[in-house]
Ligand binder design. Structure first.
Ligand SMILES: [Mg+2]
Length: 275
């Protein structure tokens, strides 16, 4: 019996495709609420804020709170908060979203000038930056070289665009790693940290928490690394032939889509939600 009480949901390929909601999206959230199942959305995408995801879901008739949206920027902020003392010196190689996540948690943010003037930091945190400048990346590399911890938001090397794949957060981390020889602690999928922290937010345990995702090599791999239950939906990237080929990435459950999960939950077929 799998007494799932908490679900950690990937979004694209699970809740929607681009700007098109999956069939039964609003009903899915209603069913989870009726059955008392806690829900958090987790994404590697740090370029949108939780408010923007709340607004997108509202457009599809779904009400969630900002606390239920866990982006890799938010997860990184939480990781830094639990790992470092408030007020320690830090440096951000990234855009305004990451700067806000670090500043709002009480860390002392160094400027490029302070770093070039000889200041040292306890940690450098890096992520995607569409406004990247060499001086900022150089300052980050100098600090890591001097011994600052190196933390990254997510490992995605590229992201899709209308022009083709463009450099993502992982490419920025690779730049700093190449320059320093230091490997970052990476928060996003397929690492376990984002799922472990989402589970803690839900007050769940590995036995009663499942992740729902559409990609074996990120979602299912991350869920397994975190030691939680894994559910693959076939409404996105990975299909049954991929599962057949993926020896060590077998999900605990496979469903066509979230509508099928909602039906199973409502029928108590998998004892979802039962104590
Ligand atoms: Mg996805």
């Amino acid at each position: 019996m799998n007494q799932i009480k908490n679900l950690i949901l990937d979004m694209d390929g699970v809740l929607w495709r681009g700007d098109v909601p999956m069939p039964g999206l609003a009903e899915f959230f209603e069913t989870m609420q009726q059955q008392g199942i806690g829900v958090v959305m987790a994404t590697n995408n740090a370029s949108k804020t939780p408010q923007q995801y709340v607004a997108k879901l509202a457009k599809f008739g779904v009400t969630v709170s900002e606390e239920q949206i866990f982006t890799s920027a938010e997860a990184t902020g939480d990781y830094l908060q639990r790992t470092y003392k408030p007020g320690v010196k830090a440096f951000v190689v990234g855009d305004v979203g990451l700067v806000t996540a670090v500043q709002s948690r009480g860390f002392q943010l160094l400027s490029v000038e302070e770093v070039m003037g000889g200041e040292t930091a306890v940690f450098v945190v890096a992520g995607f930056n569409p406004n990247a400048v060499y001086a900022q990346m150089a300052a980050g590399a100098l600090l890591i070289h001097k011994g600052a911890d190196f933390v990254g938001t997510n490992p995605d090397l590229t992201f899709p665009s209308e022009y083709g794949p463009l450099p993502g957060a992982g490419s920025f981390l690779a730049f700093l790693q190449a320059a320093t020889g230091v490997e970052p602690v990476v928060i996003g999928k397929p690492g376990p940290l984002i799922f472990q922290m989402a589970m803690e937010k839900l007050g769940g345990t590995p036995q009663n928490t499942a992740m729902v995702g559409d990609r074996l090599e990120t979602d299912i791999a991350g869920g397994k690394a975190a030691g939680i239950q894994t559910i693959l939906v076939l409404s996105g990237i990975s299909q049954l032939e991929d599962v057949a080929k993926a020896n060590d990435l077998q999900p605990d459950f496979i469903f066509a889509d979230i509508a099928e999960i909602a039906k199973e939950v409502a029928d108590n077929k998998l004892s979802f939600g039962q104590r």
